[in-house]
Each structure stands twice: as C-alpha cells, then as structure tokens.
Design a protein around this ligand. Structure first.
Ligand code: HEC
Length: 110
C-alpha cells in the first residue's frame, strides 16, 4: 500500500501533465464561427429546430460549397440519427435555408 505522500506526488504529477497538455492543445476555431445562425429565409424555424442540441458552429464549420443535396442529407441525419424534433414536411424548408445561407447557393460570402 503506497504511503499518502506518494499518492499526493503521483496526483500532482498527473495534474501537471494535464495542465501542460491543456496549454499545448490550442484549437483554432474558424473565423466565422458563431453561436447563432446567419439571417436567412425561415430563420425562426431554423433557430427553433437547430439550436436544441448545439450552436450554429457546426453549420459554420461545413465547407461553403456544400450543395442542397448534402444539406438535405445533413438535416435528415439530425432527425433520423440524432432524433432532432423535425417534422418530415419541415426538412425541405430547413434544407432551403442552409443551401441558401451556408451552402453553395449563398449569393455573397462574408
Ligand atoms: C437532437 C439533437 C440535435 C439537433 C436538434 C440537431 N443536431 Fe446537429 N448534431 C447533433 C449531434 C449529436 C451531432 C454530432 C456531434 C459530434 O459529432 O460531436 C451533430 C452534428 C451536426 C453537424 C456537424 C456535421 C455532422 O454531421 O456531424 C451539423 C452541420 C449539424 N449538426 C447541423 C444541424 C442542423 C442544421 C440542425 C437543424 C436541422 C441540427 N444539427 C439539429 C445533434 C443535433
């Protein structure tokens, strides 16, 4: 059975390692990273359906050239795989927003 002193030494060693890796592990988030969705068609519905589990960061991190089909697959995945509370008839409306706002149909990129 290790002495108490030894246990404390091991524990503080682990803490030092944790602190050191925390300092090294610096994550650079994309510039446009945001917690809210960009203005666009049916933003209210998007906010109601797509902020339940995570911020808008995941959408902002997607490649800007994503076509409508890919966004539709993304919205469908949120519903089918992660159980997002989205009605079937809302998928098209949500997809339209993402294609036009974050996808390759956006007129002007920030
Ligand atoms: C029921 C919870 C929930 C809701 C609601 C939700 N998501 Fe997600 N979303 C997740 C989870 C879980 C992940 C995966 C996170 C991870 O991999 O760490 C995710 C990841 C993502 C990603 C990253 C790419 C990927 O496929 O992993 C995007 C983009 C995304 N969500 C968009 C949306 C959009 C758009 C909506 C609204 C239509 C939405 N989410 C609603 C749970 C949800």
């Amino acid at each position: 059975m290790p002495s108490l002193h030894r246990v404390i030494v091991i524990a503080s060693g682990m803490l030092a390692t944790t602190l050191a890796s925390a300092a090294v592990l610096k994550i650079d988030l994309p510039k446009e990273s945001a917690t809210t969705y960009k203005p666009g068609p049916n933003l209210e519905l998007v906010n109601a359906r797509c902020l339940v589990c995570h911020s808008a960061d995941y959408a902002a991190m997607q490649p800007p050239n994503m076509p409508r089909k890919t966004w539709e697959a993304e919205v469908t995945k949120m519903k089918k795989v992660y159980g997002a509370p989205i009605a079937d008839e809302e998928i098209a409306t949500l997809t339209d927003y993402f294609a036009k706002t974050y996808g390759n149909e956006a007129a002007a990129k920030p």
